[in-house]
Design a protein around this ligand. Structure first.
Ligand SMILES: Nc1ccccc1-c1cnco1
Length: 234
């Protein structure tokens, strides 16, 4: 299965980075195909205008619905198709989680709509919901200038889960937030040299005693989770 990823943005250059490293490899071996589009290509005025003042007043500018609608028509089509998943990264979205990434990794087509300014005219999202499967997703409670960086983060989380993408799928199973992992943060990791700038690798990890090592790692995960993410221990 090849996943098609489309990105709609006034800064399509953000997505050139997808040609690099693992994601680039996924493109080379046909696991994903990536298409970035400039929203301004669907404007018709000399200034290629994509925004206007908010109805009802307020600060900043809002992205006009017209270019989005015409871009949707050109990129996705005018017939409803619930198999197309349209993602609007937004601070007012539902929290993006590993389980959402897991679900999206089985989808054949994802379209990212990257808003700028104060946001996109809400009718764009309402229209998209009549046509496709829409996800309004937040990465966390902080402010970005637009959806592009969020779209890249969501892309990486999703594409790495596509079967055949990661050389060693077993490594996925042990990660934090992987299904089956009770919600614990990953224990501290070490590699050679055993002694570095006066700091030594914990002895237990050099003992070769797998039972004790597993016990040490679990204890470290529990301590870390209790300290940093008490919300995960509920
Ligand atoms: N702040 C933003 C501005 C524009 C598009 C997404 C976001 C976002 C997504 N997750 C957190 O913030």
């Amino acid at each position: 299965m090849t996943m098609r990823l489309d990105y709609l943005s006034i800064f399509p250059g953000y997505f050139d980075v997808l040609d690099i490293s693992l994601l680039g490899k996924a493109v080379d071996n046909g696991l994903v195909e990536v298409h970035a589009h400039d929203l301004r290509d669907w404007t018709h005025d000399r200034h290629r205008t994509v925004d206007d003042t908010p109805c009802g007043g307020g600060a900043g500018m809002v992205m006009k619905p017209d270019p989005w609608g015409e871009a949707f028509d050109g990129i996705i089509g005018i017939e409803p198709d619930p198999s197309v998943h349209v993602i609007f990264p937004t601070p007012s979205g539902i929290p993006f989680t590993q389980s959402a990434a897991q679900e999206l990794s089985t989808v054949e087509r994802v379209v990212f709509c990257c808003g700028r300014y104060e946001g996109i005219d809400h009718r764009v999202i309402d229209y998209a919901r009549t046509m496709w499967t829409v996800h309004e997703l937040s990465l966390g409670d902080y402010v970005l200038n637009g959806g592009e960086v969020a779209a890249l983060a969501i892309t990486e989380a999703v594409v790495r889960l596509i079967p055949g993408f990661m050389g060693n799928p077993e490594s996925l199973a042990e990660e934090s937030f992987s299904p089956g992992q009770e919600r614990l943060l990953e224990y501290p990791l070490f590699t050679r040299p055993v002694s570095w700038r006066g700091m030594d690798v914990p002895e237990v990890l050099m003992s070769g005693h797998h039972g004790r090592i597993a016990e040490w790692r679990r204890e470290e995960s529990l301590l870390l989770t209790r300290d940093r993410r008490p919300d995960l221990t509920d």
